[in-house]
Write a protein that binds this ligand. Structure first.
Ligand code: BGC
Length: 744
């Protein structure tokens, strides 16, 4: 059978036509020999019972029997390269047509070498580095036998209650679009058939990042304008970068579950956005339409998903179980099935699986391809760039003066706190913990004690921590949330520090030594109630395999911190969701509201009574050990700008401190009077800059007509004339200002 495929592939390649039609011809020829069940088999994805668990358990099924029957197009969550090849061999040798299986997995922020969680890497604002991390992850995954990752997650979110913010690029659509596209380019490389690249999957389509009240899988209901302006851009950017597949989201979107939404999957995705790859459902999302209350049974769920043009069903098996009935009753035509099956076969063709089903993986290749020293070095550098210094009173940091350090807190020795969620192939013993990183960098200077657990007090723990702090020059506290409490199914109603940690912090602060907090977390946290107890606040996220080294690199001043937030840090839970790019309202609050208890009067402004409406740390924020200044903001040829023109903006950035360092120049824009309300600020350009001490650089940004366009009152995407204001600096509250007018 394998030889026959190779001949067919060769014949297809000899025709001088483009690859898609080559692949389609191949698929059509193959489908002419396939039964209905075999076709729907290609549209079905299953996980082995012994695999990595990424969703609720279902009915037990016999995967091997299904493979032999030619009824499995794809398998996810297989644990080892050996098992992958075993299953592939079964498909190729024992099924009637020997169609190779497509193996998929969640390679979300690294495969063996784990990089910072995606939210952390995004804080580097380093598009090339994010792309490189995806490239390395793809190479390791491909060496395992995996040809498809369920990444990037393109869901914009401003709600840290939602655990999955850790997998995304934050609250801003412009930045998330750039990073999502970079990840696709990193995974897929130049050529999908290259055995070191894998297919990307744009997920979760759509608007999964806006669940009501931050509860995972919850309803999303929003205007189409808001969806298109704020949520759609990263998905589109990833598709434009060539993403081969898309995954539906679990949520209902404007009352239709995404997996059954013909508007989302056909009209928008295929007809409008021109996507021609294949769409996979999320885990059991097809049959979950029953619980959503839009399908009576699995057959109706399968019917709705097929009618929406959902090409492949993940895990729940309703396609296979229902197809004969649906076709017999004329509800779904074989032509419709062919179109979906073709999309899957084309992807396999493009990956080169028909040429060689064993192109990816193999235990031997795997062993030689993982944990390469250069990849570990890269992991360390992107981890450094992901970390954000939020507070540094009295320049407690860096610790470069030979201080005696009391390292305290529940995460000192926790590899999981370094890794975060979605790390199926992690190795704890290859993970550098905070304690290890400190001991290596500050030999003989560190004492360590936990003080408390993530949530619970330890008997005598606080007293011991206080003693350690007293005997040291500085207390470094590892606080935050455990790695397993971010990601899927990890929503929280409070993102404050757990009480046991608050108690530890207060006690250590009272010991009188400077307190540095190293925050490990997969989401922004609400820290106003404890911030005064911290002299320095250093956000490490879940920084990956090399986390402990990277933290020590920056804490010691060997490298200056350069990360900048991609999600606002709220003051308290009640402010959530909070984002910099909100609308103005008709009663915006300018300045600070007077204390209501003193003035005893209402302001009639859009604000809270006892809490400012600003975050504790805004989007884009991040300190360094050196200082940067921005000046001379200039709009080139500002009196001669018309609809359709590019606008060039220049600014001078200087490192005026006494160390080398990096910062991120960020350009924000506001359309002052438009046909619809527009955000008070929108990121429209950024550049990560490394400047030597004393160095000055002129940075130029170009705003295109598209950058100034939006979904207007007439629901067309386009520009409008009028005044635009700009701000430039290294956070979203930047005050350096300019403006220009776009004329008709
Ligand atoms: C998640 C997806 C993931 C899939 C497969 C689902 O529960 O929502 O993001 O790709 O499982 O593991």
């Amino acid at each position: 059978m394998r030889n026959l495929f190779i001949v067919l592939v060769a014949v297809a390649c000899l025709c001088g036509c483009d690859r898609r039609s080559e692949a389609e011809r191949f698929a059509d020829d193959l489908m002419s020999r396939m039964t209905l069940r075999e076709k729907v088999g290609q549209m079905s994805q299953f996980a082995p019972q012994t695999g990595v668990v990424t969703g609720p358990e279902g009915e037990p099924m016999d995967l091997n029997a299904l493979i032999k029957a030619g009824e499995v197009g794809s398998v996810l969550n297989v644990k080892t390269p050996e098992e992958i090849w075993e299953l592939q061999r079964l498909a190729v040798d024992s099924s009637r047509l020997g169609i190779p299986i497509l193996f998929g997995h969640d390679i979300i922020h690294g495969c063996k070498v784990i990089f910072p969680i995606n939210l952390g890497s995004a804080c580097s604002w380093n598009v090339e580095a994010v792309k490189e991390s995806a490239r390395i992850a793809a190479a390791e995954a491909a060496a395992m036998g995996i040809a498809w990752t369920f990444s990037p997650m393109c869901d914009v979110s401003a709600d840290p209650r939602w655990g999955r913010v850790s997998e995304g690029s934050g609250e801003d659509p412009y930045l998330a679009a750039k990073l999502s596209a970079a990840m696709v380019e990193g995974y897929q490389g130049e050529e999908l058939a290259d055995s070191t690249t894998i297919m990307a999957c744009v997920k979760h389509f759509a608007a999964y990042g806006a669940p009501e009240a931050g509860r995972d899988y919850n309803t999303v209901d929003m205007s189409e304008r808001m969806f298109r302006d704020r949520y759609l851009p990263p998905y589109v950017a990833a598709l434009d970068a060539g993403a081969a597949t898309v995954m539906t989201s679990f949520n209902d979107f404007n009352a239709i579950p995404a997996s059954g939404s013909r508007w989302l999957l056909k009209e928008l995705l295929r007809d409008e956005l021109g996507f021609d790859g294949f769409v996979v459902s999320d885990y059991r999302a097809v049959t979950e339409m029953i619980a959503h209350g839009v399908a009576r049974d699995t057959t109706e769920a399968a019917y709705k998903a097929m009618k929406a043009c959902l090409d492949m069903e993940m895990v729940s098996g309703s396609y296979l179980n229902s197809v004969e009935e649906l076709v017999k009753e004329g509800l779904v035509s074989e032509k419709e099935i062919d179109a979906m099956c073709r999309n899957v076969l084309v992807a396999k063709y493009n990956l080169g699986l028909f040429e060689d089903p064993f192109r990816y993986g193999g235990a031997e290749r795997f062993a030689g391809s993982i944990y390469r020293p250069e990849d570990l070095a890269f992991a360390r550098s992107i981890a450094r760039e992901s970390m954000v210094l939020l507070k540094n009173e009295g320049e407690v940091l860096p610790l470069d003066g030979g201080e005696r350090i009391a390292l305290i807190g529940p995460y000192i020795s926790s590899p999981r706190a370094m890794l975060g969620s979605w790390t199926a192939f992690r190795d704890y013993d290859r993970t550098v913990t905070i304690g290890q990183g400190f001991e290596e960098r500050f030999p003989g200077k560190v004492t360590m004690t936990a003080g408390c657990g993530p949530y619970a007090e330890i008997d005598g723990g606080i007293a011991q921590a206080v003693r350690a702090a007293r005997n040291a020059d500085v207390a470094v506290l590892t606080l935050g949330l455990p790695g397993e409490f971010s990601g899927e199914a990890a929503s929280m109603t409070s993102v404050e520090l757990p009480q046991a940690q608050k108690n530890l912090l207060a006690a250590v602060k009272a010991a009188g030594k400077p307190v540095v907090v190293l925050l490990t977390t997969g989401r922004p946290m609400a820290l106003e109630s404890v911030i005064d107890d911290m002299d320095a606040l250093f956000l490490a996220w879940h920084p990956g395999t090399e986390g402990g080294h990277a933290i020590a690199d920056v804490i010691s001043g060997d490298h200056s911190p350069s990360g900048h937030l991609v999600m606002s840090f709220p003051r308290c839970d009640g402010q959530i969701p909070i984002r910099y790019n909100h609308k103005a309202t008709g009663r915006p609050l300018e300045g600070t509201a007077p204390d209501p208890l003193i003035s005893m009067k209402k302001l009639y402004k859009s604000c809270y009574l006892f809490t400012p409406d600003t975050p504790l740390y805004p989007f884009g924020y991040g300190l360094s050990y050196t200082e940067f200044e921005f000046d001379s903001l200039e709009v080139v040829d500002k009196d001669n700008i018309h609809i359709g023109d590019d606008v060039t903006v220049r600014v001078r950035v200087s490192n005026v401190g006494d160390r080398d360092g990096a910062t991120v120049a960020q350009l924000y824009m506001r359309d002052m009077a438009a046909s619809t309300t527009r955000p008070v600020r929108e990121l429209k350009g950024f550049e990560r800059l490394h400047l030597r001490k004393g160095e000055l650089r002129v940075v130029e940004f170009v705003l295109t007509a598209e950058d100034m366009s939006f979904w207007r009152e007439d629901m067309k995407f386009g520009q409008e004339p009028g005044e635009f204001r700009l701000w430039l600096g290294n956070h979203s509250d930047a005050t350096l200002e300019a403006s220009f007018t776009v004329r008709p």
